[in-house]
Design a protein around this ligand. Structure first.
Ligand SMILES: Cc1ncc(COP(=O)(O)O)c(C=O)c1O
Ligand SMILES: NCC(=O)CCC(=O)O
Length: 428
């Protein structure tokens, strides 16, 4: 594959943009090599500036659940943009969006739109602190909630990939207020709440962890956390920026039947435009300015074009059976990859939730962050490049979930499994 133009762009980018990228996970740091620069993307495919075409399992890190450049989403954007790109006064589409989210996710009795997942999570913990009058936050090792100060403590995603789980620049006075515990460890949560439960404002969790590869909750684990929060007067915050509208229409909270106090969203509800949202119990959300004293704001929040793209995407995924089909495709892909690895005698396993998956170069099961870290990442890196060379783009890190969209059809999945068969054979 020729990557001449991408290489030239990356050289220019590195002169002026730190690391050549506007978000670290794009830099191919851990897998090695250089990122490709996108020219266009359509359906399940992304095409680079050198004309190479890849089946895309990153999907812009989550939003493209209905495929890239879906005609209905593009039409909604074009129809909306001619009326103006931003108003700075309320518009009808943001009301429709709030109604839609509240209808799909019943725990969100009220919703506030923001511009990224990071904004959603940092606003949610501000509400948790403001409403409870407490300061401590609990999170889980390997979970990523965006780049807010309070979350860059033993975080996943790029910070973990780059070995920077505790970022410089976060004052220790603030980081010390974030306690981290191992995901899926019932006793660690009980013990922490027994010790400092009365000081905990909120516990934030990726109900399915997608930023330390892909780790599913053990039976009863989320319920256990719900009970601990209720008992100790702390708020349970589900960060559904990744899982929301994906693992089920109503997100992980619908899949597992748990009601959080607050939820955060992003990615899919923007349909590829910059969007985030947070919502939850009415009594909590009413404490946000201007109805209450907890301040949170945004020049571009509720942007009409972003709302239009998000609503059009929600229209596409609200079709009955959408998520069942997404789940089926995820299984076909993961079963195929496991079979190919078995035939090649490679220690390999997958984890799956509807529309998302994890790949591990080790035997299963994978249930904890420690299990995920025990994957042979050097092998993953070689596999990543072997797949890329065969026209399959996986997340460029052993610690990121992959995404399946509704337009990853039989042909794309079959191509992926064939590519994996050849790639596994090369790994030896
Ligand atoms: C679970 C989770 N929360 C929060 C974020 C932050 O979202 P954003 O990158 O839009 O700020 C991400 C992804 O980046 C995420 O996966
Ligand atoms: N799972 C990782 C992300 O979704 C983050 C994308 C980014 O930081 O660019």
């Amino acid at each position: 594959m020729n990557h001449e133009r991408s290489h030239a762009l990356f050289s220019r980018a590195r002169e002026l943009i730190p690391g050549g990228v506007n978000s670290p996970v794009r830099a191919f740091k851990s897998v090695g090599g250089e990122p490709f620069f996108a020219q266009s993307a359509q359906g399940a495919y992304i095409v680079d500036v050198d004309g190479n075409r890849y089946v895309d399992y990153v999907g812009s890190w989550g939003p493209m659940i209905a495929g890239h450049a879906h005609p209905q989403v593009l039409a909604a954007v074009s129809e909306t943009m001619v009326n103006g790109l931003s108003f700075g006064v309320p518009n009808a589409l943001e009301v429709t969006m709030a109604e839609r989210i509240a209808q799909i996710v019943p725990s969100c009795e009220m919703v506030r739109m923001v511009n990224s997942g990071t904004e959603a999570t940092l606003s949610a913990i501000r509400v948790a602190r403001g409403a409870t009058g407490r300061t401590r936050i609990v999170k889980f090792e390997g979970c990523y909630h965006g780049h807010g100060d309070s979350f860059l403590v033993k975080a996943g995603s790029g910070v973990m990939t780059l070995g920077l789980p505790n970022s410089p620049g976060v004052p220790s006075a603030l980081a010390d207020l974030t306690s981290t515990i191992p995901y899926n460890d019932f006793d660690a949560a009980t013990k922490l709440f027994d010790e400092i439960g009365s000081e905990i404002a909120g516990l934030i969790i990726e109900p399915i962890v997608g930023n330390a590869n892909c780790i599913l909750p053990r039976d009863g684990y989320l319920k256990h956390l719900r009970e601990l929060c209720t008992k100790h007067g702390a708020l349970l915050i589900f960060d559904e920026v990744m899982t929301g509208f994906r693992v089920a229409l109503g997100g992980a909270q619908a899949l597992y039947g748990i009601t959080p106090d607050l939820s955060t969203f992003g990615k899919i509800i923007g349909g590829g435009m910059p969007v985030g949202a947070y919502g939850g119990r009415r009594d909590l959300m009413e404490q946000i300015a201007p109805s209450g004293p907890i301040y949170q704001a945004g020049t571009l929040s509720g942007n009409p074009v972003a709302m239009a793209a998000g609503l059009a995407t929600l229209d596409l995924i609200q079709v009955p059976g959408f998520h069942t089909e997404l789940e089926r495709r995820t299984h076909v892909l993961c079963d195929g990859l496991e079979a190919a690895a078995r035939d090649a005698g490679i220690a390999f396993t997958t984890t799956r939730a509807p529309g998302m998956f994890g790949l591990y170069f080790r035997e299963g099961p994978v249930e904890t962050f420690e299990d995920a870290k025990a994957s042979d990442t050097a092998r993953f890196n070689r596999f990543f490049h072997a797949m890329l060379g065969r026209g399959v783009y996986l997340a460029p890190s052993a610690f990121e979930a992959g995404f399946v969209s509704s337009v990853h059809g039989d042909a794309e999945i079959a191509h992926t499994i064939d590519a994996a068969r050849a790639s596994f054979a090369e790994l030896g």
